[in-house]
Design a protein around this ligand. Structure first.
Ligand SMILES: [Zn+2]
Length: 278
């Protein structure tokens, strides 16, 4: 088997918010302290292929949802040397508002989504606020329009977009959540998106309370490990540590974009808290 041509892989941080620890762990957390949550899109690029993983939200949505909007995730691709017109494939890990906006601004992209995510976002479960709250009806209907425009490729389970980039259905957080696996010069990196929001969540197996199927979410943690070269090759979807753990793309992009295709920096990890006893 020949080794795939490696992708460059970047995380671009476009918004942030400070929450409280208890809201991010099922059953709460005895330490009622502030905890940052960052919002990212991820770019995988090699000669002949440009793939964006998730599309983020825009400034108006940031205001509506009271998130600190830092920069436009689509315009900011330019900071990495990619114009939005160059994006050929978009992986939508799921349709939550913080992952699936801005799709109308990528004119040359084909959108990769799971059958089950479309079923979930347009089906019976959306009658319940507990599941529908993180979705935006205008975005869901907009994505349906993309289907009618012939711009969507559906998948039912795992799929290969190239020899160095694949998608993996896990569900859990939503019915059709998928994550991406990307071959880079340091080996196979897993862009977990919301299959693992935080390092602590999946390392200590502490699911997020915003969940459709707890069993699938927990099984998803194991799946991330199976498909990554090592634990250091799993990149969580919302952890503020990602910006500190990986080298900045360049000095001016400190705090804005990091390289996930380079080994993590040797920084002192925040000590992980033990799972509380109930
Ligand atoms: Zn999310």
């Amino acid at each position: 088997m020949t080794t795939p041509v490696p992708y460059e892989l970047f995380a671009l941080r476009y918004a942030t918010r400070v929450g409280r620890r208890p809201e991010f762990f099922m059953g709460g957390d005895p330490h009622d302290e502030p905890m940052a949550i960052d919002y990212f899109v991820w770019l995988a690029r090699r000669p002949g292929h440009v793939c964006l993983i998730d599309t983020g939200f825009n400034e108006a949505m940031g205001r509506k949802r009271r998130r600190d909007f830092l920069r436009d995730p689509i315009d900011s691709l330019e900071l990495l040397g990619t114009h939005r017109d160059q994006v050929q494939d978009v992986v939508l890990t799921h349709f939550h508002y913080d992952h699936a906006g801005n799709f109308d601004r990528l004119p040359n992209a084909r959108f990769h989504m799971q059958d089950r995510e479309m079923q979930f976002a347009t089906g019976r479960h959306m009658a319940h606020k507990v599941f529908s709250a993180p979705y935006e009806i205008e975005e869901v209907t907009g994505l349906v329009r993309q289907v009618f425009d012939g711009k969507v490729q559906f998948h039912d389970g795992d799929a290969q977009l190239s020899d160095g980039l694949s998608l993996h259905l896990v569900g859990g957080h939503t019915m059709g959540l998928q994550f991406a696996r990307v071959f880079t010069r340091r080996g196979w990196v897993v862009v977990a998106s919301d299959a693992a929001h935080f390092y602590e969540g999946y390392q200590c197996c502490r699911p997020l309370p915003l969940v459709f199927h707890v069993g699938d979410m927990v099984r998803g943690f194991a799946r991330l490990r199976e498909l990554a070269e090592s634990d250091d090759h799993v990149v969580p979807g919302h952890d503020a540590m990602v910006m500190r753990k990986y080298p900045a793309v360049s000095a001016p992009l400190e705090g804005i974009a990091v390289r996930l295709d380079e080994a993590p920096l040797k920084i002192e990890d925040t000590p992980l808290r033990e799972t509380p006893n109930h």
